[in-house]
Write a protein that binds this ligand. Structure first.
Ligand code: MG
Length: 494
């Protein structure tokens, strides 16, 4: 027994020495060295000023730019998101790195363009591909620092066991492994999908679950996870299944907006955000927790009154116009992120991973990533600029557009758009038609809706953006030019 205590004492001393050493060299991870060890130290460290921060990433499915109060939603309240914006920073030019679910999630989890990690397309049930074991997720990056990690919601980076969150850095998983419309009740393709699994860890606990409860179930688990891990650093990833069709809402919010089902569902998401923020505040860990709110892609416009609104932005989900990829994004961290600011610098889902690395001292992935640390933008450092000279808009492996500063250049490409028919209602989608754009240059500062092609007036800008695109084509390729690129890595495959 005594030998055990001596061993434990010596081990704790070594860890304390390591902490002093890390402090000495100015590493933000000093506290992290302690978290793998015994409970008394964890508790002591809760109050320590060098305890590494917690992270909560709330990722909504198919929520559009103007669906919440801070981004112009009208007619229904989102008080908790309003609070988050009032107490944090609102990003007006924040992009998902794709306009569809799987690739967008790949970019958030890995800090890479989805083309780099081999996941540029949406995965269906039983897909033979998924996230590669060679990629490093945010959760895997944080595990060596002693973080508790959980994912509650829609994963969509592969549904075979080796692709699930539990194999990619998450201690816990509960949710739908892919989209909630990939089930036998699909309005257009009921024969196309097997029963929809609800997964706990790696085990299916129900098929075709009651979707009215999804937002509540995810939220309750999130709150319990925060309560359980309040004395150690944690990373909570909360990718809601809503507001993706088929829309479902619990009795708590059914009819509450008076503006239809979509607004009810948004209000329940807002409630969920409120549960997270109030739990952090109640437990006294709010000042040590950064909360991110974002969405994976724009509105699925063909669903009419069951889709959101991109407001002034052009088009929606499945296109590389800003309506497809510019997301309503908030960052919240009382005392660290100044309250009530707006940032209009270009940033992206890919920046979340390296920003978390910068804040914790976690080791960045060994392989090349595309995201950048945007902490200077988050903390409102005077004069801070976007770290991205350019942001690239891919559809599959085709490079369709590039943005640099206010300028966005579209290369000639096809895209889907709605016809002039009546707006779809009740969850039955209208049909898209295919159309195309020629080369077109837009100034997003003066023309947020990408309406006025000014390529002829700015040949120098066109040339500069063409050059940036050419460099990217060498790296990640461009299907439209029959180029593969040298920087692509394979996805996982069974
Ligand atoms: Mg989506």
């Amino acid at each position: 027994m005594r030998a055990h205590y001596e061993r434990e004492h010596n081990r704790m001393n070594r860890e304390l020495n390591r902490r002093e050493f890390l402090k000495g060299i100015g590493l933000a991870t000093a506290g992290a060295a302690l978290y793998g060890c015994a409970n008394p130290l964890r508790l002591a460290a809760k109050a320590s000023k060098d305890r590494p921060p917690n992270f909560v990433v709330i990722f909504i499915d198919d929520m559009a730019y103007a669906d919440v109060g801070p981004f112009g939603a009208k007619g229904y309240p989102t008080p908790n998101l309003d609070r988050m914006a009032a107490e944090g920073v609102r990003f007006t030019d924040f992009y998902a790195a794709a306009s569809l679910c799987t690739p967008s999630r790949a970019s958030l989890m890995t800090g890479c363009y989805p083309q780099r990690v081999g996941l540029p397309y949406v995965l269906g049930p039983n897909a033979k591909v998924g996230i590669s074991d060679d990629e490093t997720t945010i959760a895997q990056m944080l595990k060596p620092l002693g973080y508790a990690t959980a994912c509650y919601g829609k994963w969509h980076l592969g549904d075979h066991a080796e692709f699930l969150p539990t194999r990619h850095g998450f201690d816990e998983y509960f949710g739908l492994p892919y989209s909630n419309d990939m089930w036998p009740r699909h309005p257009e393709n009921p024969q196309g999908y097997p029963d929809l699994p609800l997964v706990e860890g790696e085990r299916v606990v129900a098929y075709d679950p009651d979707q009215t409860q999804l937002t509540t179930w995810y939220t309750e688990r999130a709150v319990r996870f925060i309560e359980k891990n309040q004395d150690r650093p944690f990373f909570l990833y909360l990718p809601h299944s809503m507001v993706h069709v088929p829309l479902h809402v619990s009795d708590k919010f059914k009819g509450k907006s008076g503006k239809g089902l979509f607004a009810d569902v948004v209000m329940e998401i807002d409630w969920s955000v409120g549960q997270i923020l109030s739990t952090l505040t109640r437990l006294g860990v709010d000042k040590n927790t950064m909360v991110v709110f974002c969405s994976d892609n724009g509105p699925w416009l063909s669903y009419g009154d069951h889709a959101g609104s991109a407001g002034p932005l052009r088009e929606g989900k499945g296109t590389t116009f800003d309506g497809g990829q510019r997301e309503p994004t908030l960052f919240w961290w009382p005392g660290k992120i100044p309250a009530g600011r707006t940032c209009s610098e270009v940033a992206s889902t890919m920046d979340v991973l390296p920003t978390i690395a910068g804040l914790t001292g976690a080791q960045l992935p060994q392989q090349k990533i595309d995201g950048k640390d945007i902490w200077p933008l988050l903390e409102g450092r005077p004069g801070a600029k976007s770290p991205h000279e350019a942001f690239f808009f891919y559809q599959g492996y085709a490079l369709e557009a590039v943005r640099s500063g206010p300028w966005k250049l579209h290369f000639p490409h096809g895209y889907r758009t709605l016809g002039d028919g009546p707006r779809a209602t009740g969850g039955i989608p209208a049909k898209y038609k295919q159309t195309k754009t020629d080369l077109a240059l837009y100034n997003l500062e003066t023309d947020i809706g990408e309406q006025h092609n000014v390529a002829d007036q700015h040949p120098d800008v066109v040339e500069r953006l063409q050059r940036l695109a050419d460099a990217m084509r060498q790296d990640l390729g461009d299907e439209a030019k029959k180029m593969d690129g040298t920087g692509r890595r394979p996805s996982g495959r069974i």
